[in-house]
Ligand binder design. Structure first.
Ligand SMILES: [Mg+2]
Length: 212
């Protein structure tokens, strides 16, 4: 991370699979509940629902947006039912000393996630990060314009009149980083493995490497 000055930057962090690993427990829970929701309210079978969920996620950035646009479902009802699972410290996996790592970074910090607000707040509380962020942007806060939509990014930057040239976006999903890049932000891709697209400014294998 030597190429970045950490001084007086604005840091915009994604949550899931950026600050913690949602793959072991949380994503399976959400996927299960989303598929069940679609089966129940769209009255289609499990395989069709699984396929639909995946397609909407790819096309719209969030399954919910496809359901709003194509099936007029109530977003608040959907978010409540699909995030209705137990969440405690034993369900959240992250690097040790995450709070310490984030506190080392100078500048203002925000969360920008496509997840619902109450879920984001729960995860931050469990990770003991609640007071490190100036604000949290959820799917509701962006008026259901999730990443990677430009409109969502404009909502986030507009609220605090953030200058994208001073912002660093830290995120695991490339298409979301791509919008950030288009807007003029610096981009850090959280991804294990090797290599990165040339337009990504830096890649770290996990959030623990942010200050290395
Ligand atoms: Mg993510």
């Amino acid at each position: 991370m030597m190429q970045f000055s950490f001084f007086k930057k604005t840091w915009i962090f994604d949550l899931d699979n950026t600050l913690h690993d949602a793959g072991y427990y949380i994503y399976p829970q959400i996927n299960r509940l989303m598929t069940a929701y679609i089966v129940k309210y769209l009255e289609i079978d499990f395989e069709m629902a699984t396929d639909l969920r995946q397609r909407y996620w790819e096309k719209y950035g969030a399954t919910l947006i496809g359901l709003i646009k194509n099936h007029k479902i109530d977003p608040y009802h959907f978010l409540e039912e699909t995030h209705n699972f137990t969440l405690s410290s034993k369900h959240i996996y992250s690097v040790t000393r995450l709070r310490h790592i984030l506190r080392k970074i100078r500048g203002s910090k925000y969360i920008y996630s496509n997840a619902p607000y109450s879920y984001i707040k729960s995860v931050l509380r469990i990770l003991r990060l609640s007071n490190l962020f100036l604000d949290v942007f959820s799917i509701e806060n962006t008026k259901f314009n999730p990443k990677p939509s430009l409109r969502g990014f404009h909502t986030v930057l507009g609220k605090y009149r953030l200058n994208p040239a001073r912002c660093v976006m830290v995120e695991d999903t490339l298409k979301n980083l791509h919008t950030a890049k288009l807007m003029g932000m610096k981009t850090i891709w959280v991804s294990p493995g090797v290599g990165k697209p040339s337009w990504v400014d830096a890649r770290i294998s996990h959030i623990g490497n942010l200050i290395k």
